[in-house]
Every structure is written in C-alpha cells, then in structure tokens.
Design a protein around this ligand. Sequence first.
Ligand SMILES: Cc1cc2nc3c(=O)[nH]c(=O)nc-3n(C[C@H](O)[C@H](O)[C@H](O)COP(=O)(O)OP(=O)(O)OC[C@H]3O[C@@H](n4cnc5c(N)ncnc54)[C@H](O)[C@@H]3O)c2cc1C
Length: 432
Amino acid sequence: MNQITRRDFLKIAGAASAAGVLGHAPLAHAAKHGMGQGTARVVVVGGGFGGATCAKYLRRLDPGVAVTLIEPSSKYITCPFSNMVLGGLRTMDSITHSFDALKKKHGVNVMHDTVTSIDTGAKKVKLKSGKTLAYDRLVVSPGIDFKYDAIQGYSAKAAEVMPHAWKAGPQTLLLQKKLKAMKNGGTFVMVAPPNPFRCPPGPYERASMIAHYFKEHKPKSKIIILDPKDKFSKQGLFEAGWQRLYPGMIKWVAGPKGGTVKAVDVKKMIVDATLEKIKADVVNFIPAQTAGKIAQTSGLTDDNGWCPVDPVTFESKMRPGVYVIGDSSIAGALPKSGFAASSEAKMCAAAIVATLKGEVPAENSFVNTCYSLVGPNYGISVAGVYRNTDKGITEVEGAGGVSPKDAPDSFREQEAKYTVGWYQSITADIWG
Ligand SMILES: Cc1cc2nc3c(=O)[nH]c(=O)nc-3n(C[C@H](O)[C@H](O)[C@H](O)COP(=O)(O)OP(=O)(O)OC[C@H]3O[C@@H](n4cnc5c(N)ncnc54)[C@H](O)[C@@H]3O)c2cc1C
C-alpha cells in the first residue's frame, strides 16, 4: 500500500497549477483515525475556492475519509474573471463550473443544501432541508458577507439598484445590464470597500475592464472610483495602464481627498462623498465585508467579524474541531484571494489527515499570485510566498513582488496570457 508523505503533498500543493498530476494511488486507509473504529467523516461547508479544494484534496490524501461537501448552488460561478465578463471578454458560461468531477472522479458526496446551524458540542450540522449530519471534523469555507448597513441609504434591497457584483452570478449580470443600458457619455461610479476585503486588486481590475468596454462602445463615458483608502494593490501598475489605455477616462479619489462615501440615494442615483455629491448613471457599490454568515452565527468570528485560526492547521481558535479557510479566516499576511483560499485548503486537508491518524501536522508554506487584466492584452501581477513564523503567517521578504514598472508591451501581453493560463489551471485543479 502506498503512503503519501507530507513532503510529497507539499510538492503537489505548491504546484497548484499542476492539474491532474496525482492519480488515485491507494493511500493508507485512515482506519486508525486516532478516534476509534470506523470511517472518519469530514463535512465541508461551501463549494468555492476553499471548500471545493479541501474536499478534493482530503480524498486525494486519504480515500478512506468520507467527505461530504455542502453547497447550495448546483454550479459554482467564479468571481475571478467575472470582471472580464463585464469587459465583454468572457461569457458567464465560461466562468461556471460543475461539481461532477468532485462527485464522480474524486468520490466526494456533494449535497446541494445550506448549513443553517452548527452544533460544535454534538458535532452536528443542520441543513435547510431539515437533515442533520454528524461529523468528526468540520471545514467551513463560506466566503464573505456584506455589512449592508455600514453606509446610509445602502441595503440588500439597494443592491438591486446599485449592484455590488462582489459575489459572481445574478449580481454580475445585473451590473452588466446596467452598463449596457447606460448612454454614451454617462458617469459610472464605483464605491470601493474599506480593508479588509475579498480580492484587493479586484475593484481596480473591474474599473479597467469597464473602461475597456466603454472605450469600445461608449467612449465619451467617465469612471469615478470613490475609495475610503489612501492606496491600493498594484496601484502604480494600474495607474500606468489606465494612462496608457484609457487616458482621462478613470478618476480615482482617495479617502483623504474626498473619496469616503457618507450616504447614497438609490432613488436619485446620488453618491454623497465627503467633498461632493455625484449624480451617477450606474453605481457599483461594493460594501464593507465580514466573514460568511454561517461563520458569524456559529460563534467562529471575533469582534472584528472574521475567524481567528491556528496558522498551521486552520483549526478555529473559537471552536475546536472546526476548521475555517478562505476569505472568512484571518490568515495572517495572506490576502483574501481564490489562490490563497485554495492554498490554505490544501494545507488544512493535510493537517486534518495527519491529526486523524494521530500524527502532528507538519510546518506549512503558501504561495499566492494575483493576476489582473488592465486590457485584453495588458496583464499585471503580484506574487508572494508566505510561511509560518512566531508572528503567524508572514510574507517571505524578497520572494515575491509585482510586475516591473517599465516593462515593454510584449511583457504585458505575456502576463495577459499567464492570467488566462492561471485561471484555466486553478479551476481545473479545483473542480476538474
Ligand atoms: C471581482 C472579483 C475578482 C476576483 N478575482 C480574483 C483573482 O483573479 N484571483 C484570485 O485568486 N481571487 C480573486 N477573487 C477572490 C476570490 O473570489 C475569493 O477570494 C474566493 O472565492 C474565496 O474562496 P472561499 O472559499 O473563501 O469563498 P467562495 O469562493 O465565495 O465560496 C464560498 C461558498 O460557500 C457557500 N456557502 C456560503 N454559506 C453557506 C452555507 N451556510 N452552507 C453551505 N454553503 C455555503 C457559497 O454558496 C459559496 O459557494 C476575486 C473576487 C472578486 C469579487
């Protein structure tokens, strides 16, 4: 019988793009799960970047573990590349993934349902359908929720008029519809979120993709980004790209310079920022964020609204036996990205398999690369390597960085190709 070692696993996990590298070698059955007789049951909440990766890699590491994945949607639509849908470069179909491979190829029991409560004492989850599931280990990866009431005038209902489109799906289509209906010469206002939020470069990639759409179809239009922050991810690279591809079209207003929004009026389509009131034709309001609702209601969050975890295993510091990965977790210096969520999920899966066997989880390390498209042939990136220190998960100095500032067009074109390659490989690695 072949055993997969932690070292082997880390090699696979590091090569996140190496889809399909690992076959189904019969791994050691975790019959002696350090918890008595029988098959260990792991329940995973959420079939996104964190949850789907964790479910798949738990089965790869130990096919003796019974893994049940609970996800309400029958298909998963990725936020990555949803900005490209708004830019007219992609269809919704091309960013929609099924759970068939997880079910049929990897033996994950996928249930399309919603977890409504978690009883950490009895080790049971309750589902919307009325069913109850028992678990030995629980992984929670519910993504984010919104603080709808953080700014006066905004609400879940207001998101039907001023869409956030920060969870891909109907909201993406709603924003797209509004952009298509907007007149040439209209004003598009984006209200950017405060830190911490899902996908630090995401708002600025979105502004770029909408600028691309305007350039092609409504060239007299303007984009105003109202931002409570005073800087943003890959700022120099984005601004250079905007200058190059969309001169004069995008205006970014920093918090200290009047970018903080106090209120919105959805009826009059007015955004009230500290220095001026702006009448907009289309508003993309991205609210402040918090851990997914189920993490909040099950006592996994701290006073800041996010989930503190052990940086090696991702076990909750609030509720032992429950693991939190992805955007909901506080993972030190790791950003709230799909790449990081997937990286965390692999480490968490390895830690769970180790502890089920009564072994001590090994040290871990992580990688993250965030590519952004500024134009169809203009890509930029930021990469980082992270490891555990006595300060938690910290970035390894000098191991990452951003794309060079004065790179030639051929370099930007190459990075645009890598952006597409990254998307193909990570989605195949997770849902393939
Ligand atoms: C516009 C945009 C662009 C982005 N681009 C990139 C990019 O280029 N690269 C990158 O790495 N990241 C990108 N991201 C970030 C990325 O989408 C997130 O970081 C990632 O999805 C986080 O994974 P997750 O598993 O934590 O949450 P998600 O992927 O959101 O998955 C959470 C899942 O949990 C399910 N769920 C929630 N509650 C329950 C419940 N009670 N019961 C059962 N299921 C539940 C939800 O239905 C959902 O499917 C982008 C984000 C946005 C908004």
